[in-house]
Design a protein around this ligand. Structure first.
Ligand code: AP5
Length: 198
């Protein structure tokens, strides 16, 4: 099973990807997590990405395309993967199609989580509160200024992906405002019909 989750910051992409990872035994490929790991390691990519991420902007297509292409080649992705936060621009989607074609792989589903923008800011604030309560480290881009910029970046650069995948006939939308379990059930229904059609 190979799928993409689309949706703005706080839509629930990571939450649903983690649940599917457990259910299907395939990894979550979160470009955000991979970039945060690179920042923590202070690798070359991490050094280039840190300021861009902290400002709520998108890292270059070139960097993320390479990270994802390499990851797809790893043995843990042999049975499939869940792309969470990638692609995030139309050029990334075009690059992904080329990467998959070159590897002889196909996508099974592109699922967009539709959410009300007002709820997103509240969800991210809740995540900060929960992280602090658990003694964890808050993401450096989970502050009001960066969240505002992330939403602008989403509207300008990522939202056009819905039309892109609608035009390829691959887009499926799910109400991301529903409770987590309802969202999961709807995603499972989409994946079951994608498997049956394969
Ligand atoms: P990334 O890490 O991908 O962050 P994001 O897209 O901003 O998304 P979030 O992780 O904030 O939200 P989510 O949709 O996963 O929601 P979650 O499940 O946590 O990217 C960070 C940065 O990295 C980017 O800004 C960019 O700089 C860079 N980057 C990453 N990928 C890139 C790319 N491809 N190209 C260029 N740059 C890239 O849920 C949020 C909260 O809501 C949680 O507290 C959760 O418990 C709660 N919640 C979830 N679902 C529900 C529900 N149904 N009801 C109520 N609450 C819910």
């Amino acid at each position: 099973m190979r799928l993409i989750f689309l949706g703005p910051p706080g839509a629930g992409k990571g939450t649903q990807a983690k649940l599917l990872t457990e259910a299907y035994g395939i990894p979550q490929l979160s470009t955000g997590d991979m970039l945060r790991a690179a920042v923590a390691e202070q690798s070359d990519v991490g050094k280039r990405a840190k300021a861009v991420m902290d400002a709520g902007q998108l890292v270059s297509d070139e960097i993320v395309n390479e990270i994802v292409s390499d990851k797809i080649d790893s043995p843990e992705c042999a049975k499939g993967f869940i792309l969470d936060g990638y692609p995030r621009t139309v050029p990334q989607a075009v690059a992904l199609a080329r990467i998959l074609e070159a590897k002889g792989l196909k996508l099974d589903a592109v699922i967009e989580l539709k959410v009300d923008e007002n709820a997103l800011v509240r969800r991210i604030e809740n995540r900060v509160t929960e992280t602090l309560a658990a003694g964890g480290k808050v993401r450096s881009d989970d502050n009001p200024e960066a969240v505002k910029k992330r939403l602008v970046e989403y509207r300008e650069k990522t939202a056009p992906l819905s039309d892109h995948y609608a035009s390829t006939g691959q887009l499926q939308t799910v109400d991301g405002m529903a409770p987590v379990e309802t969202v999961t059930a709807e995603i499972n229904r989409i994946l079951a019909s994608a498997s049956a059609a394969a």
